[in-house]
Design a protein around this ligand. Structure first.
Ligand SMILES: Cc1cc2nc3c(=O)[nH]c(=O)nc-3n(C[C@H](O)[C@H](O)[C@H](O)COP(=O)(O)O)c2cc1C
Length: 162
């Protein structure tokens, strides 16, 4: 997925959600998997906003380019996304259609510009009824660069990370 916003940490450039995912992976020792689409999204903010709105309004399901081949090896899955138009980006719907997380623990996280999760935690729970959902973490895009402590505290509360 194209990176719509960026955060610079220790000289490295990340997308907001990508950075939080990296922190989670570092602190839990978990593998990183990037949900990518076949199509590319516009690189400028305004164009991306419009493209995402069109997709959401049309309930478009953009095809995914990456697939998890060994889901059975994982019991706990953190799923992160940016809040787009008070919802998950449409590719996330396809992601939840593609996999059955029954019996697994799903932990959502998002980055946002003020809307936090909107209704997305409920949406995920309804799409993955057999999964055990944990309370997610929503991080404002203004705090992403300084979010390491809150990510760590959240993980520790759930019993993950050092
Ligand atoms: C297409 C689009 C729609 C967005 N819609 C919302 C929104 O409805 N509510 C909100 O709080 N932030 C919204 N944002 C802001 C993003 O959630 C925020 O910038 C996020 O941190 C981007 O993460 P990323 O760098 O991983 O793409 C939107 C951003 C984009 C590009």
């Amino acid at each position: 997925m194209i990176i719509a916003s960026r955060v610079l940490v220790n000289g490295k450039l990340y997308g907001n959600t990508e950075y939080v995912a990296t922190l989670i992976s570092q602190k839990t020792g978990g593998d990183l998997f990037q949900i990518k689409t076949e199509q590319t999204y516009p690189g400028t903010h305004k164009e991306l906003i419009d493209a995402a709105k069109k997709e959401a309004d049309g309930k478009v399901r953009p095809k995914l380019a990456t697939h998890i081949r060994n889901l059975k090896d994982y019991d706990v899955i953190f799923v992160g996304f940016p809040n787009w138009w008070y919802d998950m980006p449409m590719p996330l719907y396809l992601f939840f259609d593609e996999y059955d997380f029954t019996g697994k623990t799903l932990i959502p996280f998002c980055t946002h510009g003020g809307s936090r999760f909107s209704q997305t935690e409920k949406t995920i729970a309804s799409l993955e009824k057999g999964a055990k959902m944990r309370k997610g973490l929503a991080i404002s895009r203004n705090n992403v660069g300084a979010s390491e402590t809150s990510v760590q505290n959240w993980l520790q509360k759930m019993g993950f990370g050092q």
